[in-house]
Design a protein around this ligand. Structure first.
Ligand code: SF4
Ligand code: SF4
Length: 451
């Protein structure tokens, strides 16, 4: 019967990875529905940004306590992958702690055995720190109700998603200690001592469990082992549906971040050309465009996700829903409807819907919905001051403002949908090259009063 376990393990593992791969392909396809944008210049600066911001968590440290707690979970997640490696090897081969016995008995290497014990002990310490952080996170969201976690866009699935992952973290850590502790206890019962040198399960959990019956300990060890690996595989399957996709996407997202100075808003070439012609007294407004000149764009700004750049769409999938952007947003702080986090969540939800439509009805299907209006309202868009605070605060360099600006451009230039005060300002700029209502000839008059 011993051969059944590796077969079950292989089937479950392959099925989980195959599903995650399929969903990953869909997400990649969805991101590529966006407009092309070349973000491959200055690879050195991009690599530095990725290492500092995604790997080094640099921007997280604007909020020190949250950053330290997040660091515990993040480092525990990274380092636990080493123990997972052994679980996968054991799972496929049907062995028990194959690496430990390989290092100790077959290779007879004190160094490798010591390294193994150190690694598992390190994982155990990190797991406890991650557990503490997880309880703090649960309390902040559900008991203390930190304002940025209880805004209206976090109702329903986003709140549940955050809690599911935190509870899954508790499950994974519990299973690790159940697996290691019961294993140590069994060894103590059999030989009087444990061959392993695990810091916490070797000195605390294992001895505490040693009084249990052998059958109970075997069940506990297997339950911990299977519980841990099924938890991990479940996480892999769940990831494409969760904000926790940022664990992976934060890296490409920071690498491909825009390197332009913050505060510089992207000009539309067709509009720039118009303005330049307007400012040129010799320009012929009726002249045909020179041969080879860029045709006027089919659409100004963006109305739906396909009009946005692929980087906007990668941003949307990468958003951690942390709400730091919304917390810093002056429009949100003063009670306006706008939340930059919601802009990112809406963009992702609409993109997922468009992707689903393509899968179910083919690429030409039209559902008569769009991001502008059906997901993000005019009131939200008008509330933005373009201050860039959201961009500044985002721990993984997401740019909600860029989406807002593109939607607002469509609203104004495509739909002529702007308040009367704005229309007055637009016509002043068009006629007087200034937002005020006076003649161009008068614009230097104020200088006459100066010496
Ligand atoms: S740029 Fe707009 S959305 Fe971002 S913080 Fe400022 S007002 Fe809020
Ligand atoms: S855009 Fe950035 S700051 Fe805002 S919720 Fe998403 S990850 Fe957090």
């Amino acid at each position: 019967m011993a051969f059944i376990s590796p077969i079950v393990f292989a089937i479950v593992t392959i099925a989980a990875f195959a599903f995650a791969f399929k969903k990953g392909k869909e997400i990649y396809r969805n991101i590529n529905l966006g407009q092309s944008e070349d973000l491959t210049d200055q690879p050195g600066t991009r690599l530095k940004n990725m290492l500092l911001i995604a790997l080094g968590q640099k921007k997280m440290f604007r909020l020190t306590l949250a950053a330290i707690m997040h660091l515990f979970v993040y480092v525990a997640f990274l380092v636990t992958q080493i123990e997972l490696l052994e679980i996968f090897i054991d799972g496929f081969t049907g062995q028990h702690r194959l690496l430990f016995y390989l290092f100790r008995d077959t290779l007879d290497s004190g160094f490798l055995t010591g390294l193994y014990n150190f690694t598992i002990s390190f994982i155990e310490v990190l797991s406890i720190l991650a557990l503490v952080a997880t309880f703090v996170f649960l309390a902040r969201r559900n008991l203390l109700k930190v304002p940025r976690f209880v805004k209206s866009e976090m109702n329903g699935w986003p709140k549940l998603d955050a809690n599911i992952i935190l509870i899954a973290e508790i499950w994974l850590v519990t299973c690790i200690f159940m697996m290691n502790g019961a294993d140590v206890a069994l060894q103590i019962q059999k030989t009087g001592s444990s061959p392993y040198g695990f810091l916490l399960s070797g000195n605390i959990v294992g001895p505490a469990l040693a009084g249990l019956g052998e059958g109970t300990l075997i069940v506990m060890e297997r339950f911990g082992w299977w519980g841990h690996i099924l938890g991990v595989l479940g996480f892999i399957v769940y990831l494409p549906f969760s904000k926790h996709l940022h664990i992976m996407l934060a890296f490409p997202n920071t690498y491909f971040g825009r390197l332009k100075p913050r505060g510089e808003i992207y000009n539309m070439p067709a509009i720039t050309k118009e303005i330049k012609a307007m400012m040129d007294p010799n320009a012929d407004p009726y002249a045909a465009p020179p041969e080879g000149a860029d045709a006027a764009p089919a659409k100004f700004g963006a109305k739906d996700v396909q009009d946005l750049s692929w980087k906007n769409l990668l941003d949307a999938y990468s958003c951690t829903e942390c709400g730091r952007c919304t917390d810093a947003c002056p429009a949100n702080q003063t009670g306006k409807l706008l939340s930059p986090r919601k802009i990112m969540m809406d963009t992702r939800d609409r993109l997922a819907e468009v992707g689903k439509n393509i899968d179910q009805h083919g690429p030409d299907f039209v559902d008569n919905k769009q991001l502008l209006g059906d997901y993000i309202t005019v009131e939200e868009l008008r509330a933005c001051t373009t201050c860039q605070a959201c961009v500044q605060e985002c721990p993984i360099n997401i740019d909600p403002l860029d989406i807002i600006v593109q939607l607002r451009r469509a609203l104004i230039m495509e739909d002529s949908n702007s308040p009367e005060e704005w229309n007055l300002m637009f016509s002043n700029i068009e006629n007087n090259a200034a937002p005020w209502q006076y003649s161009q000839q008068d614009r230097e008059k104020w200088v006459n009063d100066l010496n």
